[in-house]
Design a protein. Structure first.
Length: 54
């Protein structure tokens, strides 16, 4: 079965080193949707307290 990798970028790159084994390409969007919902349910990271230089 194929392995799909769902990398995330939320201000920080978070590669998916293991991937997910799915039966076919039709299952990938459904799995991605579940993963996105889990990620969105996490608490937000606190804002940086480091001043930004422009």
């Amino acid at each position: 079965m194929p392995r799909y990798f769902f990398n995330v970028h939320d201000g920080v790159d978070r590669p998916d080193p293991d991937g997910t084994v799915l039966p076919n390409s039709e299952a990938a969007p459904e799995d991605e949707s579940r993963a996105t919902s889990r990620i969105a349910a996490r608490p937000l990271r606190p804002a940086s307290t480091t001043p930004e230089t422009i």
